[in-house]
Design a protein around this ligand. Structure first.
Ligand SMILES: NC(=O)c1ccc[n+]([C@@H]2O[C@H](COP(=O)([O-])OP(=O)(O)OC[C@H]3O[C@@H](n4cnc5c(N)ncnc54)[C@H](OP(=O)(O)O)[C@@H]3O)[C@@H](O)[C@H]2O)c1
Length: 342
């Protein structure tokens, strides 16, 4: 039987949720769409009436997919409980509930058995974490993991629609002001005073900071990778360390992943594990790695450049690319919703 669905937030992730519900023929009787402001939007040829969220009771909703902003003034902390009180199950994309003990943090390829433990709310992990735990999921299952060191190269859409738009505006401004210049070393690459969602320049640049810093100098994005990976794998003995970097790409994060298995493993065994990992497309050819825009709009995590570290046993390098708005957010949430209706 069809379900009544609510989508809260129609920014970068919310729009993708609407696309994916349609694409996968999700059995929806009704889709109500909420955001801060009302308007009509068109997504892949279909019009949706967006309602300004208010203090109504949100009755008769079976599944509410939240893709609003986070924190005190964000959608989830303000409204999720109102949906749950009326009998809906909430799937939340933000960070507010992810680490709560009574909230399952789910990546279906890795721990879908946790979905049934929910008490009204299921959390979707951060995009960077999802891609990492899917890429290493089969390896973790077969060999365990002793250590992960990961550097992410994250797309601007990971910061929402306004961040991706800022990359476009900064780039256009810089290209425009340099269009008469003949040589790259004559270019004026500064973005000047134009308005941007980024406090430091992203166009023709990279920013080694996503989120605020903690006392040890790690960012909140880097902390999420450690805490969420421990929770999803159910193993907090894995030593994990991350550096998260914003790069001038619109969609798809790339990750350079160094890992050491807990049990002995050779290169061929790791290749086999990757080839049979759920949600992973593994290319064993050195040049068979994916570019971010090639992964855009696709559902899988594209893994490649597997190398054995000659200086350390049971240790390997892997490169993984995935669409942060799909597997990193919207698709993962819709997969969870699909598990709720079977
Ligand atoms: N972008 C990613 O790759 C990614 C990946 C994983 C998780 N997430 C998480 O997913 C969530 C959505 O991210 P996004 O990138 O889609 O953000 P976004 O592009 O900035 O869009 C946010 C949407 O939420 C709506 N909204 C904001 N505050 C609200 C409130 N209090 N009540 C109702 N609606 C509200 C906005 O409404 P208006 O349009 O009316 O302003 C907008 O439609 C965030 O929690 C983010 O951390 C994002």
């Amino acid at each position: 039987m069809g379900k009544n669905i609510a989508v809260v937030g129609v920014g970068a992730v919310g729009i993708e949720i609407l696309k994916i519900l349609k694409e996968r023929s999700f059995p929806a009787n009704l889709i109500r769409v909420f955001a801060r402001n009302s308007r009509t939007i068109e997504v892949e040829g279909q019009n949706y009436q967006v309602e300004a969220i208010s203090d109504e009771k949100f009755a008769n909703i079976d599944i509410a997919l939240f893709a609003g902003t986070e924190g005190e003034k964000g959608a989830s902390l303000q409204y999720a409980h109102k949906f749950i009180e009326q009998g809906a199950t909430v799937i939340d994309n933000g960070r507010d509930f992810r680490l709560r003990e009574d909230v399952p943090l789910v990546v279906p390829e890795v721990n879908k058995e946790k979905i049934s433990l929910n008490k009204g709310i299921i959390a979707n992990p951060n995009c960077t974490t999802i891609q990492l735990v899917v890429a290493l999921g089969g390896i973790f299952k077969h060999f365990g993991l002793e250590k992960i060191v990961m550097t992410s190269l994250q797309a601007t859409s990971g910061g929402g629609r306004s961040s991706a738009q800022s990359l476009w505006e900064e780039s256009k401004f810089i290209v425009e002001k340099n269009k008469e210049k003949k040589y790259f070393n004559q270019l004026d690459l500064s973005r000047g005073n134009i308005e941007s969602a980024f406090s430091r320049q992203i166009a023709f640049s990279v920013i080694a900071q996503i989120g605020g810093f903690n006392q040890q100098g790690f960012t909140s994005e880097e902390e999420k990778v450690v805490q969420e990976t421990h929770k999803i794998y159910g193993d907090d003995t894995i030593k994990i360390s991350a550096t998260c970097v914003r790069v001038p790409v619109f969609t798809s994060h790339s990750e350079s992943i160094y890992f050491k298995t807990a049990k002995p493993a050779g290169l061929e065994q790791i290749k086999e594990a990757l080839s049979s990992s759920e949600g992973v497309s593994f290319n064993p050819e050195p040049s068979g790695f994916s570019l971010p825009f090639e992964a855009e709009g696709k559902d899988l995590v594209y893994a490649g450049r597997l190398r054995s570290d000659p200086s350390e046993e049971n240790s390997f390098w892997l490169w993984a690319v995935s669409d942060n708005l799909r597997k990193g957010a919207a698709l993962n949430a819709v997969q969870i919703a699909e598990s709720l209706i079977v």
